[in-house]
Design a protein around this ligand. Structure first.
Ligand SMILES: [Zn+2]
Length: 406
């Protein structure tokens, strides 16, 4: 699918109206059906959908190379959906079957080219439809409920898991977003035609100064666009590929905060998103590992009142809404308990919930996913620690810790 495009030059300045258009078109683009990356705002909207009305189907399907051959994915899909239709009343079954047909049709039309699988959240009657490519393999699963079942997805939602890639040149500039290795082109900007502007009326000795000024103006506009798109996707870093003079001018116009989160890479301006993804892989891994090291150091060095460094302590802080950043060892897996009354989570089953004194506790298969969901609901950031050395440094204390708001 083609990226959106826009021309910025001496005649088309980056006015507030154009900026607003960029934001709106980026948002609209993310509503389009086939296998979009999910923006953080979309994720939060899905998480807070009203619970009234017909059930929502949430379906996760792995797309291994074997399943991509012919229609091999179909048997996995049938096995998943077969289990559903039994224990339901007539109305719910009709609604679910309609949604499953929509999902099947979408898969038949097109499998996501990139990614390790696909996730769908669908309810035709409530006008809910999201299909997204999954950057990490998640187990096949179908869940029917009053809200989309997002917990497995949150495992790919760390704050350093999304980065903005900027490939700049005089001819055209491109912005892409990488989510754990899956790369999607978001915006394309046509470069200005300097030769056309430098007519014979411009004295020869002024031409190079004028060309330089035009290039600087364009770099300024591009830096501004990078910040708009980065904010929209809540990307952790900008990775830049540009000729030296453009690169310097672009960086000069970035805010201090963004400048400190910048990496460089090399790629052709005509490369495919997959080729660009491969070109940034190494620098991306380095930046992530550095980020993880800094986070682990921060947890270790912070004043004890500003962090929680035990699993149960962290779960308590989460239910109290005190968590600013939830930090998890990516491989942490444990069962736990959930209080149906107040929502508190527990590592070990208490006879009664110590928070609300009710005895209404249920087991949860995956304590980390339940904790991630709470983090999403209270707008806390999520950070995963994946680098082996950082993981062992973290788990010396606990696999689940947090930086606190207060
Ligand atoms: Zn409780």
């Amino acid at each position: 699918m083609k990226a959106l495009s826009l021309a910025i030059d001496a005649y088309h300045a980056l006015t507030p109206e154009v900026r607003e258009r960029i934001v709106q078109t980026v948002r609209t683009r993310l509503q389009e059906p086939p296998y979009r990356l999910l923006s953080p705002e979309h994720l939060r909207t899905l998480a807070t959908l009203e619970t009234a009305g017909p059930p929502v189907v949430s379906l996760y399907l792995q797309l291994t190379p074997e399943r991509r051959v012919g229609r091999a994915w179909q048997s996995a899909f049938s096995a998943l959906t077969h289990r559903v239709s039994q224990a339901m009343d007539e109305a719910a079954r009709t609604s679910i079957n309609a949604d499953l047909q929509d999902v099947q049709r979408a898969l038949e039309r097109q499998l996501p080219e990139l990614g390790r699988g696909a996730a769908f959240y669908a309810c035709r009657e409530r006008g809910i439809w999201r299909q997204i490519a999954l950057p990490i393999p998640l187990p096949d699963r179908i869940q029917i409920g009053s809200r989309p079942y997002l917990r497995p997805l949150l495992r790919s939602w760390g704050r350093s898991d999304r980065m903005l890639l900027a490939v700049l040149s005089r001819e055209q500039s491109r912005f892409l977003v990488s989510h754990l290795g899956a790369v999607e082109e978001i915006y394309r900007v046509k470069g200005q035609r300097i030769r056309g502007l430098l007519t014979d009326r411009v004295p020869r000795d002024r031409r190079s100064a004028l060309a330089n000024q035009l290039m600087r103006d364009e770099a300024k506009a591009l830096a501004s666009m990078a910040e708009i798109i980065g904010r929209e996707f809540e990307t952790s870093h900008i990775l830049l590929c540009a000729p030296p003079d453009m690169s310097a001018a672009f960086r000069d116009h970035l805010s201090k905060n963004v400048q400190s989160r910048l990496g460089m890479f090399e790629a052709s301006v005509h490369a495919s998103p997959a080729e660009i993804g491969a070109a940034v892989a190494t620098v991306q891994e380095q930046l992530k590992a550095r980020e993880e090291r800094q986070l682990v150091d921060r947890l270790r060095e912070a004043s004890p009142v500003a962090v929680s460094t035990g699993v149960q302590e962290t779960l308590d802080c989460l239910s109290e809404g005190r968590v600013l950043t939830l930090v998890a060892d990516d491989t942490y897996a444990a069962r736990g308990w959930h209080c149906r009354q107040c929502g508190s989570l527990f590592e070990v089953t208490p006879s009664k919930c110590p928070v609300c004194r009710e005895a209404d506790l249920e087991p949860v298969d995956d304590l980390l996913e339940a904790a991630l969901q709470q983090a999403l609901e209270c707008r806390a950031q999520i950070a995963f620690v994946r680098d082996p050395a950082c993981r062992s440094a973290l788990t010396q204390k606990a696999p689940l810790q947090a930086l606190l708001r207060y």
